[in-house]
Design a protein around this ligand. Structure first.
Ligand SMILES: CCCCCCCC(=O)SCCNC(=O)CCNC(=O)[C@H](O)C(C)(C)COP(=O)(O)OP(=O)(O)OC[C@H]1O[C@@H](n2cnc3c(N)ncnc32)[C@H](O)[C@@H]1OP(=O)(O)O
Length: 208
């Protein structure tokens, strides 16, 4: 399967499950996209004081409006909007899944200005976050017991450019008892940029 087949919803891997029918929320998806763009614009902008104050007023009004609709984790929408890039989880870099076969995944990602470290390079923590999330999804793919990250090692091979479409892949390399080892790589069209090795430990009943 590929994204070109028009079955993109099949690759919504979070917890390895499709979004329950009837729970799509296009307005929330739009909101999540707006939050991402706000993060990028905020990071990149140097507004005059009046605009900074006006922006703060506007955002504070929005925070107050949303405060009336707080829900617990089971009812949370953010991170569960599978039609949205990055499933509406605006902390994790915006990943678009292309292929997934149960044990391996290929995806694309482009880091906006929000993820700048310094001197033009993507923040190293954002790369670790990308790998933790994607490798974690592979470890928690459909039919597999729930696991958590015990260890994550990242090798930064080259400076990772902002605002450039990159390919990220992950696959289960081996399983030893409760231990699931997942490998990942981030590439540009010319270079290997970073690699990761993750150890995900399957949870015991009292750890769920
Ligand atoms: C769908 C999801 C997508 C998002 C994915 C995001 C994933 C995450 O970020 S999860 C959040 C971050 N991680 C956590 O909060 C986990 C915190 N840690 C824990 O809860 C525990 O340490 C836990 C559950 C991982 C392991 O604890 P426990 O069940 O007691 O395992 P334990 O018996 O010590 O170890 C089991 C095996 O793993 C090995 N192991 C455990 N930790 C490590 C480690 N850090 N390094 C190497 N090996 C380790 C042990 O040596 C042991 O190996 P063996 O069976 O060969 O002797």
């Amino acid at each position: 399967m590929s994204a070109a087949d028009g079955v993109r919803e099949h690759y919504n891997l979070w917890l390895g499950r499709r979004q329950p029918p009837g729970t799509e929320d296009p307005d929330f998806t739009r909101l999540a996209d707006a939050v991402r763009r706000l993060q990028d614009q905020f990071t990149a902008s140097r507004p005059p004081p009046a605009l900074a104050a006006h922006s703060a007023d506007t955002i504070e009004d929005l925070v107050a409006a949303l405060a009336g609709y707080q829900v617990g984790e089971p009812d949370q929408v953010a991170g569960r909007q599978f039609a949205a890039v990055g499933r509406g989880q605006t902390f994790v870099p915006p990943v678009e899944i292309d292929t997934f076969d149960g044990d391996s995944v290929t995806a694309r990602v482009s880091f906006g200005r929000f993820y700048l470290g310094s001197n033009g390079a993507v923040h190293g923590g954002a790369i670790s976050l990308l790998f933790d999330d994607l490798l974690g999804q592979v470890a928690n793919a459909p039919g597999k017991p729930r696991s958590r990250t015990a260890s994550l090692s990242v090798d930064y091979r080259r400076v990772i450019p902002l605002e450039t479409e990159l390919t990220v892949t992950a696959h289960t390399s081996r399983v030893e008892g409760r231990k699931v080892f997942v490998s990942g790589a981030l590439r540009s069209d010319r270079h290997l940029l970073a690699e990761a090795e993750g150890l995900f430990v399957r949870l015991l009943a009292d750890q769920q």
